[in-house]
Design a protein around this ligand. Structure first.
Ligand SMILES: C[S@@+](CC[C@H](N)C(=O)[O-])C[C@H]1O[C@@H](n2cnc3c(N)ncnc32)[C@H](O)[C@@H]1O
Length: 254
């Protein structure tokens, strides 16, 4: 089935749905920002996003799907104990899983979208996790943000939704915040070797940039070079399901 034409079409449709779903979730937020991304969120988009509201908890199918491989990839790179900050936490489902899976770490979720901050706190309340803090507003693309006191930062599925200068602001902020030896775990879809990693990725990038030409996939080499300029060593570039990558950076001594 997987190799048959029908199977390929089904897989592609499922892939496209997941990618578009990720994107619509973010379009909802950019609509709130009043124009960081083209277009308001029409009612139909809110439906396509397929987020279920349960007592304030939002659910993104992509978050449930990619969390297991993300946890596996993170395990060798996270400390036993410490403090971690997640940028662009989204619904909060990932944060709950991080806190459950790595109980020695205190987790600080953040986002820019009010409804996502509420959702994160609703998931936190329902889970009753003592090693997860209340969600905080943090715009990771602001030029001067800084969050001291964290050993680890995690960013999942953000860079393809922002511009090149915004990506550099994210890298600079993480670099400003982490002390020497601190780690940044960065997951998402990228271009590599000068091209897209699949036709589905090319189509998703085109759909993003057709709405806003400034956003879309970043070259992994550009992100790694930017991180290098900001004092990071790249410890690993891990292949993840659905052509995603997980990059693990560590802040070098000055
Ligand atoms: C595709 S969702 C990913 C959410 C979550 N990391 C996940 O993978 O399920 C992108 C998230 O980035 C947030 N976001 C967008 N721009 C941001 C910014 N400048 N700073 C922080 N978060 C941002 C959105 O509100 C949204 O929750």
């Amino acid at each position: 089935m997987r190799n048959s034409p029908e199977g390929s079409i089904l897989l592609w449709v499922r892939y496209a749905f997941c990618r578009v779903n990720d994107w619509f979730i973010c379009v909802g937020r950019y609509g709130d920002l009043g124009g960081c991304m083209a277009g308001e969120r029409p009612h139909s988009v809110a439906c396509i996003a397929n987020e279920e509201v349960q007592d304030g908890r939002l659910s993104a199918p992509s978050a449930a799907r990619n969390i297991a491989p993300i946890l596996t990839a993170l395990r060798p790179y996270l400390p036993e104990n410490g403090y971690a900050l997640e940028l662009a936490s989204g619904t909060g489902e990932h944060a709950i899983s991080y806190a459950r899976t790595f109980p020695g770490i205190v987790w600080q979720p953040t986002d820019i979208a009010t409804e996502r901050l509420d959702s994160i706190d609703a998931w936190r309340a329902q889970a009753g996790l003592r090693n997860m803090r209340l969600a905080q507003f943090l715009d990771a693309t602001q030029p001067d943000w800084c969050a001291d006191g964290f050993d680890v930062m995690i960013t999942v599925n953000l860079l393809h939704l922002i511009s090149g200068p915004a990506m550099r602001a994210v890298v600079a902020g993480v670099a400003r915040s982490l002390a020497v030896g601190g780690r940044w775990c960065l997951y998402g879809p990228f271009r590599s070797g000068g091209g897209f990693r699949s036709e589905g990725d090319r189509a998703f990038h085109q759909s993003l940039s057709s709405h806003d030409p400034d956003i879309g996939y970043k070259d992994v080499e550009t992100v790694e070079a930017t991180a290098d300029q900001h004092g990071f060593a790249c410890l690993a570039r891990l292949e993840m399901p659905a052509n995603n990558l997980m990059l693990i950076f560590e802040k070098r001594p000055h």
